[in-house]
Design a protein around this ligand. Structure first.
Ligand SMILES: *Cc1c(COP(=O)(O)O)cnc(C)c1O
Length: 407
């Protein structure tokens, strides 16, 4: 658990947290959309462009070697952080959306009509739409693992959906709209019993939990650097080696080939097979720096603090008459989605913005969840380890003030 002084020191690492918005100190509670960037990561980016910006893997010259080494070192940092056997099981992508599309696109060569794939009811659109496109292409059938009122997946229904036709299962580790933490290891084991592969969308879990991919047993896992103190436009796809070998490449181009003739092209080994073209070299290196920064604090401490802070803010918010929280799972963290009776989430969000408080309003790229609760959207406050208890109090006071103004 992080102590108050530790959090104060951490806040000093994030220049943006001293910004003023609308004449007030910024209160940033949109961390589930993107996290803020510490000086250690900003410095890494400046250092890259100031000292060794070059294309990688191809050049014999010094700068290219330096950039290649730093890029591959970042891959090794991710490999170690996520408990992965080999560095080439970490593919650099532009983010979770790109990672999922690599798998969905590749699976179109491996699925046939009548195969079944399962997706959970609480997915981000980026973990729904690629699979719908895959079904259109292959004739495979998409089935939905339902959830209950609390926003927990119905494991009995999941078990009933699994059968020998089930080829793949997709769900998120943590829901970005509800904060629910799904029981990954258990769900993976159930899928593997019928021979189905599992892709877990870890965009929302990687910033908050210690994630050991070998222990979880997943076949594929995704993360986005910009949700874990890194820059935008860079992320990763993890795959079990057997799957990455089986999956056809996503894009053709430079860097991903072994040999090209006009008759036939053979593909490069992992990870290059999936990294066509010049990658986001600086982004990859900065992603490594972001993971190192978070580990210097300790993800277990970060996770415990955020869970407590979320619980504290939830209890305080519920004291506001007419306020309802969506997503009340036993195991949840960092996200509070709520509405106040009779008020539109957008109006509350706009008034909070006037007070310098950044929250998100809308469907959070998870429309099926909003349909489930029969609401147009929610106000979502999402916490990070640099948020404080005083800020949670300021949020609650801000919401109360907004409610008084609107009612
Ligand atoms: C943010 C998010 C995504 C999309 O990530 P991108 O970085 O925008 O590709 C997907 N799934 C979940 C659960 C997310 O929180």
């Amino acid at each position: 658990m992080l102590k108050k002084e530790e959090v104060e020191n951490i806040r000093a690492d994030f220049p943006i947290l001293s910004e003023q918005v609308k004449g007030q100190p910024l209160l940033y509670l949109d961390n589930a959309a993107t996290s803020q960037t510490p000086t250690a990561v900003i410095d890494t980016i400046v250092d890259y462009y100031s000292r060794y910006n070059a294309n990688i893997h191809r050049g014999v010259h010094h700068l290219s070697q330096t950039a290649t080494d730093a890029f591959e070192e970042a891959r090794a940092t991710l490999q170690e952080h996520f408990g992965v056997d080999k560095p080439h099981q970490i593919i650099f992508t532009s983010g979770t959306t790109h990672s999922i599309n690599i798998v969905a696109s590749g699976m179109s060569a491996l699925l046939k009509s009548g195969d079944e794939i399962l997706v959970s009811a609480m997915e981000h659109h980026s973990n729904i739409v690629p699979w719908q496109m895959l079904c259109e292409k292959t004739g495979a059938v998409l089935k939905v693992i339902p959830m209950n009122e609390a926003g927990e997946l119905d494991l009995k229904a999941y078990s009933a959906l699994l059968n020998e036709r089930t080829k793949m299962v997709f769900f998120n580790h943590i829901s970005n709209a509800l904060g629910t933490v799904n029981p990954v290891a258990q769900m993976v084991e159930m899928a593997h019993r019928v021979g189905a592969a599992v892709l877990v969308d870890g965009a929302q879990a990687a910033p908050h939990l210690v994630v050991n991919l070998k222990e979880l047993g997943v076949d594929f896992y995704t993360a986005s650097a910009h949700k874990m103190c890194g820059p935008t436009g860079i992320g990763m796809l993890y795959g079990k080696e057997e799957w990455l070998l089986k999956l056809p490449p996503y894009q053709g181009g430079g860097e991903m080939i072994a040999e090209v003739t006009f008759d036939k092209t053979t593909y490069a080994d992992l990870p290059h097979k999936f990294e066509a073209g010049t990658p986001n070299v600086c982004g990859g290196i900065a992603f490594g720096a972001a993971v190192k920064y978070m580990n210097s604090i300790g993800l277990d401490k970060i996770g415990a603090y955020e869970e407590e802070l979320t619980r504290y803010a939830s209890e305080k918010l519920l004291e506001i008459p007419g306020l309802k929280i969506y997503g009340t799972a036993e195991n949840k963290t960092s996200v509070i989605s709520f509405n106040v009776e009779g008020l539109h989430p957008y109006d509350i969000g706009s008034l909070l913005d006037q007070m310098g408080i950044a929250v998100r309003t809308g469907h959070h790229c998870a429309q099926p969840i909003m349909d489930f609760y029969r609401i147009p959207g929610t106000v979502r406050a999402s916490f990070s380890f640099y948020n404080t208890y005083e800020e949670a109090d300021r949020l609650v006071a801000g919401v109360q003030r907004a409610v008084n103004m609107l009612q």
